[in-house]
Design a protein around this ligand. Structure first.
Ligand code: MTE
Length: 310
């Protein structure tokens, strides 16, 4: 189980030679600060000024569209519950344990991770499995950046993610009806794809707690439940890792969960959705395969029967 460490130094948790190698790499890169990287989550505001070629040109939803209604069952099953209760979660200090099939495992303080990656603003279409969607300006960095630094072994085929388990602050975790902690997984090529990010902010601000502070996954071509919140553990594995909704309802939620209008959920059509922000009576619009990111990601699934591997 996850143990929260408050006074970790990067050098305490990384094998010494790996630590030194990394420091040398950084020195050789003429200093990450000069290269436009970031010193901590508090600077997310500044970084958000840097756009990304991976962004959509669509208009973003408002902050008010995105932050009062959330799915974050650790804080209750109602959509307004996370905004009401997530303030109880302590997000600083925060560390992420990276392990499994990597040569450079460790329990890394989030602030140290943020010193070594490049944060940027990415405006992504975001779709939950229920029939709604929004366009969100995330601040984050490519998951591939972090995984590459952990130095994956050749045998690593999947990446498993785990949310914090702390029932004292997340009262939903006291309920026995859910298999806590929330877990998710990606195939290695999905995890290494440049569209896949770990977000630390939205709208030039640090991520609100109800949206998954301080670190959540965003995979824009998949249904929202793959975007696991408040991550504390990332493990590279050989076998397909468990995913919470697939564990609970395997007939309804598959491991891949790519947005796909051709594959209906057993209880509703996935062919269209309602854009959030247009009011209750907003017209439904057709849903695009891979949420409109097909050009970038369809090749990952070449030859797969997406009706079976949904
Ligand atoms: N992550 C955790 N840890 N717990 C959750 O309940 N809900 C998922 C996903 N990540 C969830 C989670 C679901 S079902 C969705 S649709 C998205 O978060 C919602 O993200 P949002 O609240 O930022 O819109």
């Amino acid at each position: 189980m996850y143990r929260h460490k408050t006074d970790l130094k990067y050098s305490d948790i990384t094998p010494r030679n790996a630590f030194l190698n990394r420091r040398q790499v950084i020195a050789g890169a003429a200093g990450l600060a000069a290269a436009g990287s970031i010193g901590g989550a508090a600077q997310a505001k500044l970084m958000a000024k840097k756009g990304s070629p991976y962004s959509t040109s669509e208009d973003a939803n408002s902050f008010e569209d995105v932050t009062p209604y959330n799915n974050f069952y650790e804080f209750g099953t109602g959509k307004p519950d996370p905004a009401k209760h997530a303030h109880k979660l302590t997000t600083d200090p925060w560390s992420v344990e990276i392990g499994g099939l990597v040569n450079n495992p460790g329990n890394y303080a989030l602030e140290d991770i943020l010193k070594e990656v490049t944060l940027e603003e990415r405006i992504y279409r975001f779709r939950c499995v229920e029939a709604w969607a929004m366009v969100v300006p995330w601040v984050g960095f490519q998951l591939s950046d972090l995984i590459a630094r952990a130095d994956p072994m050749g045998s690593a085929r999947y990446v498993a993610f785990e949310t914090l388990h702390r029932p004292d602050e997340m009262h939903g975790q006291k309920s026995k009806s859910f298999p806590w902690p929330y877990v998710e997984g990606l195939r290695m090529d999905e995890a290494m794809h440049p569209l896949t990010i770990l977000a630390t902010g939205i709208y030039d601000e640090e991520l609100p707690k109800q949206n998954g502070a301080p670190l959540r996954l965003v995979v824009p071509w998949k249904y929202g439940f793959k975007s696991i919140k408040s991550i504390v553990k990332i493990t590279l594995t050989e076998k397909e890792p468990p995913a919470t909704w697939n564990l609970i309802q395997p007939g309804e939620y598959g491991f891949y969960s790519n947005v796909n209008p051709e594959v209906d959920h057993p209880r509703w059509s996935q062919a269209s959705h309602r854009p959030i922000g247009g009011g209750l009576f907003a017209k439904r619009v057709p849903t695009l395969k891979f949420n409109g990111y097909g050009e970038e990601v369809a090749s990952l699934y070449a030859g797969m029967d997406l009706h079976k591997l949904y």
